[in-house]
Design a protein around this ligand. Structure first.
Ligand SMILES: [Zn+2]
Ligand SMILES: [Zn+2]
Length: 268
């Protein structure tokens, strides 16, 4: 069982996300044929941001791997204290990572300094596969702080962390694609997971909706902690009011935006 699991998590995750991105991007061009013509700039501004994020990852991934190894050597975390089968550790580990990710994501919206980094992803006025690229390179620190906290609390190894990433990746791509998922999908799978339609509400400009649906994989956290909101897709206006100009959608502006005091016009 453990061997089989190790084989699953040893797949190249970079290859998975590049393949998924290519499939999503190609399907979007075929279904919405003028997409590339309309949104080429959108895509091109996202590429250097993602390149920066990946460079951070290349340079600092060893920090995360070594920290997780250290946590396990010291036998820190809940699952190092109690003896449970490894399969249960995997299941509870995925749930645990998702719970920690929920609270971290919520803090990115409430702590002004963290919001400055996270708002780069929210600034996107379109929702398609290029949105997947739009993360500030320093956002790496936020993502990995959440993972390390989960590893520390629950005593997770790198294989469980990688498995959670492999599970989340296709859902993440679907949540940020321009495909419209049917209502029955929300009514069935949406009872358990953050369906793409639910996540799109999180990218709505209106603040009460921006500050909702924080979950990554499971919708239960939003329902449990009172942050679940629903809106039909036709009512959603993507992005942030304060980033809603062509200049503020550019790579250079997005890169420097965390270091700028940008407010909504009606808040000034
Ligand atoms: Zn957010
Ligand atoms: Zn999102």
């Amino acid at each position: 069982m453990r061997d089989f699991f190790e084989r699953i998590v040893s797949v190249n995750t970079d290859l998975i996300w590049i393949t998924l991105l290519t499939i999503c991007f190609t399907a979007e061009q075929v279904i919405q044929q003028d997409l590339l013509k309309k949104k080429l700039k959108h895509f091109l501004h996202g590429i250097p941001l993602q390149a920066g994020y990946m460079l951070m990852n290349l340079g600092l991934a060893y920090l995360v791997v070594n920290s997780v190894e250290w946590i396990n050597k010291q036998e820190i975390g809940l699952f190092n204290l109690i003896k449970i089968p490894y399969i249960l550790k995997i299941v509870l580990g995925v749930i645990g990572i998702d719970l920690v990710a929920y609270w971290f994501h919520r803090s990115y919206h409430t702590i002004p300094l963290l919001w400055r980094l996270h708002r780069v992803n929210h600034s996107d006025t379109h929702m398609d596969s290029a949105t997947y690229l739009r993360f500030h390179p320093f956002d790496w620190l936020l993502d990995n702080s959440a993972l390390l906290t989960a590893a520390f609390l629950f005593g997770l190894d790198m294989n469980i962390i990688a498995f959670d990433f492999i599970l989340y990746l296709p859902l993440f791509m679907a949540q940020h694609s321009s495909f419209i998922f049917p209502e029955w999908f929300d009514k069935t799978f949406g009872k358990l997971i953050v369906s793409p339609n639910f996540h799109k509400v999180h990218h709505h400009q209106e603040q009460t909706f921006t500050d909702s649906n924080y979950g990554n994989i499971f919708i239960i956290w939003d329902k449990l902690f009172g942050t679940y909101k629903y809106l039909p897709l036709t009512s959603i206006k993507y992005g942030l009011e304060e980033f809603d100009t062509e200049e503020r959608q550019s790579f250079w502006f997005l890169l420097k935006s965390p270091f700028m005091n940008i407010k909504k016009e009606n808040n000034d």
